[in-house]
Every structure is written in structure tokens, then in C-alpha cells.
Design a protein around this ligand. Structure first.
Ligand SMILES: [Zn+2]
Length: 107
């Protein structure tokens, strides 16, 4: 419990009371502060969110193919993921792929 580990703590209604130090606190569980979500930012520092549309700011070669995602390509409905490449998306004419947020700009 917060503040006090006394074994003599007792409940009084919605409060817990410690007779040793007179500390009182709510018996209702304090919601844990949620883990801060990883913030993904684009090349210029805009915070990206799921569903955002972005523009590719650099020609990106696609691994294992001769295709290139050209600078200026618009990508809609991105999905943020964990990893080296932090954007999952689908690009018209290319298909599903992953991008690095450092190479896109929020549209
Ligand atoms: Zn106490």
C-alpha cells in the first residue's frame, strides 16, 4: 500500500487508516499510471499515429526487389509497430511493407 506498511492498518468505510502514523488513504485501488506509449515521430518531429497518412521523403529501395518507393509517394492509413522499421503500411502498386519513420513526413 502507499505510504505505509503497518500491519495495523484498518479500513474505515472507503478509507484505510494507519494507527501508527495516522496516515489515511483511499481503499480503492489507485489506477497504475499506464506505460507511456512509444512515440513515433516523422522526419521533422511530428508525432505519428495509427491511421495517419504520410509522404515518403527519400527514395527507398525495397529489399529483395528492384522496386523503389519514390520520394513523394503517399502512404495512407499507416500502422505503428515496434521495431527497426516502425511503420507498417500498404503502398499502392507495391503491397505491404514497412517503413522507417525517419523517412516519412506526415501528410
Ligand atoms: Zn503508518
Amino acid at each position: 500500500m502507499p505510504q505505509c506498511q503497518s500491519e495495523f492498518v484498518y479500513a474505515d468505510g472507503a478509507l484505510l487508516i494507519c494507527p501508527e502514523c495516522a496516515h489515511e488513504w483511499s481503499a480503492e485501488a489507485v489506477p497504475e499510471a499506464s506505460e507511456p506509449e512509444t512515440v513515433v515521430k516523422d522526419a521533422v518531429g511530428n508525432v505519428l499515429q495509427n491511421g495517419d497518412a504520410v509522404t515518403v521523403i527519400k527514395d527507398l529501395k525495397i529489399k529483395g526487389s528492384s522496386q523503389v518507393v519514390k520520394v513523394g509517394t503517399k502512404v495512407r492509413n499507416i500502422k505503428l509497430i515496434d521495431g527497426d522499421h516502425d511503420i507498417d503500411c500498404r503502398i499502392d502498386g507495391i503491397g505491404n511493407m514497412q517503413l522507417k519513420s525517419a523517412y516519412v513526413k506526415k501528410a
